[in-house]
Design a protein around this ligand. Structure first.
Ligand SMILES: [Zn+2]
Length: 284
């Protein structure tokens, strides 16, 4: 199956009322588990990579492996570069083979975010690359103010203007979500999601989905959000699967055996997330 474009996939998801799991990966194995889970559930999925991990896996290597595995998959798989917080990082991602990139200017003043995002959209357009942007600032789950202070949230009027002026393909919004483990259970601002969804034409993205209560994620899907980023919980699942395998004593120093052993737990984790994000039971 040919690899699909993120924008097309998210439009399809928006129209068909399901949420796409966008799972952060680290290496070939973590890409493989995500695709295997999507194939079991018969739904599309997004494989993504955080450029901050480039000192572990080169952008070019991850992009190549993920795109090649996407093309061999039996369900639509899209490949995306997460949080590029400068023009240079986004363009490097394009150069190194990512068919979709996020440019994150959310920490900048509004006008600077517009200028950065518009510049990346123009450049990406030359290469046929999709662009996700962020408005409002999705902060860190270990900072309570980032979660509860609505001054950081996306403003509806600004979202409309931002999408029009930048031409971004999808928009990450801040609605009480945050990155990493949460110090306080998040309480998503559903009224704001509804308002943004009704005014903005492009698909909407929720970052920081790890540990958001299940009912809230389902509600976000039903309100029309389309892309759900999952990193922290996925990497935690990998740690726990390895810990369980080592504690079992079955492998006696055999790392290869351990890697084979963790596959089911990892695929199972993604399957659960995919089901959660598909409350209306869409299937290919
Ligand atoms: Zn994020």
């Amino acid at each position: 199956m040919p690899r699909v474009k993120v924008n097309e996939l998210l439009k399809h998801a928006t129209e068909n009322r399901y949420g796409v799991a966008a799972v952060n990966t680290l290496n070939v194995e973590t890409v493989k588990y995500v695709i295997a889970a999507a194939e079991r559930e018969r739904v599309p999925v997004i494989v993504q990579f955080y450029p901050g991990f480039e000192n572990y896996t080169a952008l070019k290597h991850l992009a190549f492996a993920a795109c090649d595995m996407a093309e061999r998959a039996s369900v639509p798989v899209a490949v995306h570069l997460d949080h590029s917080n400068s023009f240079e990082i986004a363009v490097k991602g394009i150069r190194d083979g990512f068919p979709s990139v996020m440019v994150d200017g959310s920490a900048l003043p509004f006008e600077d975010n517009v200028a950065l995002t518009a510049a990346v959209v123009r450049t990406a357009g030359i290469f046929g690359v999709d662009v996700e942007a962020e408005l409002g600032h999705v902060g860190s789950g270990d900072n309570e103010d980032d979660i509860v202070n609505s001054d950081h949230y996306t403003r509806v009027d600004q979202a409309v203007e931002f999408v029009e002026r930048t031409g971004c393909g999808s928009l990450a919004i801040a609605v009480g979500n945050a990155h990493g483990p949460y110090v306080k259970t998040p309480n998503l601002d559903f009224d704001r999601i509804k308002a943004i969804r009704s005014k903005v034409s492009v698909p909407l993205v929720l970052h920081g989905c790890s540990d958001i209560p299940q009912e809230q994620l389902k509600e976000a899907v039903n309100l029309g959000m389309s892309k759900f980023n999952i990193a922290t919980e996925y990497f935690r699942a990998m740690y726990q699967a390895m810990e369980k395998g080592i504690a079992s004593g079955k492998f006696d120093g055999n790392a290869v055996g351990l890697m084979f052993d963790i596959q089911e737990d990892m695929i199972g984790f993604v399957v659960e997330k995919i089901r959660l994000l598909n409350p209306n039971k869409f299937s290919l």
